[in-house]
Design a protein around this ligand. Sequence first.
Ligand code: GLU
Length: 295
Amino acid sequence: MSIESGSTGNAPAVRFAPSPTGDLHLGHAFSAGYAAQRGGDLGARFLIRIEDIDRGRSRPEFIDRNLEDLAWLGLVSEGEVWRQSGRMVVYRQALERLDGQGVLYPCFCTRADIRREIEAMGGAPQDHVGHVYSGKCRHLSAMERQDRIGRGDPYAIRLDGGRALDLSGPLTWTDVTHGTFAVDLSALGDFVVARKDTPTSYHLAVTVDDAAQGVVRVTRGEDLLSSTPAHRLLQALLGLDVPVWDHHLLVVDDDGRRLAKRLGSPSLRDMREAGLSPQSVLETAAARAIGRAAN
Ligand code: GLU
């Protein structure tokens, strides 16, 4: 596997971007096949990108296993396979650029702090995933920030969404099937652009890399629709090209549940070992996504 960290000259591309936290399942087969098909329709290159910024959950052995499973399906990257863990310098530069615009702040809150805050506001503890951060640390004084950083308190970096939108002005983004939307951060709030242990977050890395790789059509599952306003805003702040989005249906099991590694959904590897052909796996994946559309 060859890996590089530079630009590819921005030939138009589509991409499939797995996180190597386990073996791929039917949902991934559908998503990767979908990207490759759109690439074919658009005359764009099909790229595979490894999203391994989560050091705790990503495991090197899954990178090779994921690439092997994709190759078995006939899906091979038509360019270098980038690993996000090797691109921290580039993400740091993007963070500096954002910082220069005065739209970032350190957030010292722990997950437990955020959960407590939501409970205090009358939310149920299990709701905290869908809840928006209150912006508590946005109100810290410069002195308090310096003190806490000086003391070595761990912090994430958040984007001040209100200030960022004031700078960018009104923005829209377009999905080929869902339509055109105004960028609205009410569901995301001041999202994280760098986690406590790394100089990036999913939102920042995906935005920087899609632009650097010349991705003209962002294909991915519709579970990520709610993240797209964050990416559109970051593109505006960083002066990046704006792609069109193409969020596809999710593959579901017999009970209509999304497939997930943690729910024990069969892996592509299990299917291969059971003697299924790549073609039948791709067809089953498509039927299970399309089946949901018909319901
Ligand atoms: N790495 C993400 C995932 O595995 C995909 C992100 C994206 O396609 O934007 O869910």
